[in-house]
Design a protein around this ligand. Structure first.
Ligand code: PEP
Ligand code: MN
Length: 358
């Protein structure tokens, strides 16, 4: 074969490349249009029956030299790319996504503007045990000029024999303390039926890690007018976390604070592994405020301060930590709650190490 012939053949191949490219993109545009029609009519994007039919027609027309198996593989890749393109469009449409709303969401809770670029803090006991126990922490929170107080009334515990929380009595205690001290109270709700009731007692509804994918609970929290603090699931990916927030927002409630609280890994030195880079990722991907719970992520008192510093340095909008007047006798999480003196020290150190934000 002469060099000239080779050049000609190569030229033909290059021309076909461009034709294929044009055709693949033309096909992609049609697939996008189909996606829009499907979205409008609520039809499922992936249609395996139709895909099989198309592959059969293609194979019937295959005259080689490629074997059917190869042709099927190539077209399946093209189909998949088309489906991914449809999903990419859907991703862009997420209500919690920054692509949908470029500016930060700021949530007002009793005059405190969460997400305004300044750090915010949520302190309080793991569980509400008595009026006096919560009041002691409330005093200390109030004395620091802070507004947000936490305390669990419904405790999702690993063992059914462990303290399950005071339930409605706990919510009543929190409400009383909120009124007396002018604080905003945050507490976890574990069943959809309790959401309506919680609205009367709480300033923020917490959805715990174990319930991050309790979709009925998410929908119920999305249908009330009350800020929600959504914890990341025990083994949830960031994508799953974002979609859980989307469940809430799609019901009409956009006041959502995302809370990174560590995920389960093989590491045993800490109770969970604090996924610190989840903070900037969530801030980039969504317009929602992001908090870091240093108590449940580390499970270690000695790591609360460094973890909180890291959280603020990396751009968290707030930090959550548990404080108990007498952790040794706490009915839950006694190993990692701070006592009031440790709380003083923790907060002072954190104030002094305020990061310079870049
Ligand atoms: C809590 O904050 O009280 C709690 C139980 O945390 P998590 O859901 O993150 O485990
Ligand atoms: Mn706890």
């Amino acid at each position: 074969m002469s060099n000239q012939e080779l050049d000609q053949l190569r030229q033909q191949v290059e021309d076909i490349n461009l034709q294929l490219l044009a055709l693949i993109n033309e096909r992609a545009k049609l697939v996008q249009d189909i996606g829009k029609v499907k979205e409008a009519s609520g039809v499922n994007r992936y249609d395996p029956v139709r895909e099989r039919m198309m592959l059969n027609v293609i194979k019937e027309h295959n005259n080689g030299p490629f074997e059917d198996k190869i042709v099927e593989h190539l077209f399946k890749e093209i189909f998949k790319a088309g489906l991914d393109l449809q999903q990419e469009n859907q991703q862009k449409a997420l209500l919690v996504s920054r692509k949908k709303k470029p500016e930060d969401t700021i949530i007002e809770i009793k005059g405190e503007m969460i997400g305004d670029g300044r750090p915010h803090f949520v302190f309080g006991p793991c569980a509400v045990e008595s009026y006096e126990q919560v009041a002691e922490v409330a005093k200390s929170v109030k004395a620091k000029g802070l507004t947000l107080l936490r305390g669990g009334a419904y405790k999702p515990r690993t063992s059914p024999y462990d303290f399950q929380g005071l339930g409605i009595e706990g919510l009543k205690i929190l409400k009383q303390i909120a009124d007396e001290y002018g604080l905003a109270v945050i507490s976890e709700i574990v069943t959809p039926n309790d959401i309506e009731k919680a609205v009367d007692y709480l300033d923020v509804i917490q959805i715990g890690a174990r319930n991050m994918q309790n979709f009925e609970l998410l929908k119920a929290a999305g249908s009330v007018k009350k800020p929600v603090l959504l914890k990341r699931g025990l083994a949830a990916t960031i994508d799953e976390f974002i979609n859980a927030a989307e469940y809430i927002m799609s019901q009409g409630n956009g006041e959502i604070i995302l809370c990174e609280r560590g995920i389960r890994t093989y590491e045993r030195a800490t109770r969970n592994t604090l996924d610190i880079t989840a903070v900037p990722i969530l801030k980039q991907e969504t317009h929602l405020p992001v908090f870091v719970d240093v108590t449940h992520s580390t499970g270690r008192r000695d790591l609360l301060l460094p973890a909180a510093k890291a959280a603020l340095a990396i751009g968290a909008d707030g930090v959550m930590a548990e404080v108990h007047p007498d952790p040794a006798v706490a009915l839950s999480d006694s190993a990692q709650q701070m006592d009031l003196d440790q709380f003083e020290h923790f907060y002072r150190e954190l104030q002094q190490s305020q990061p310079v934000r870049v």
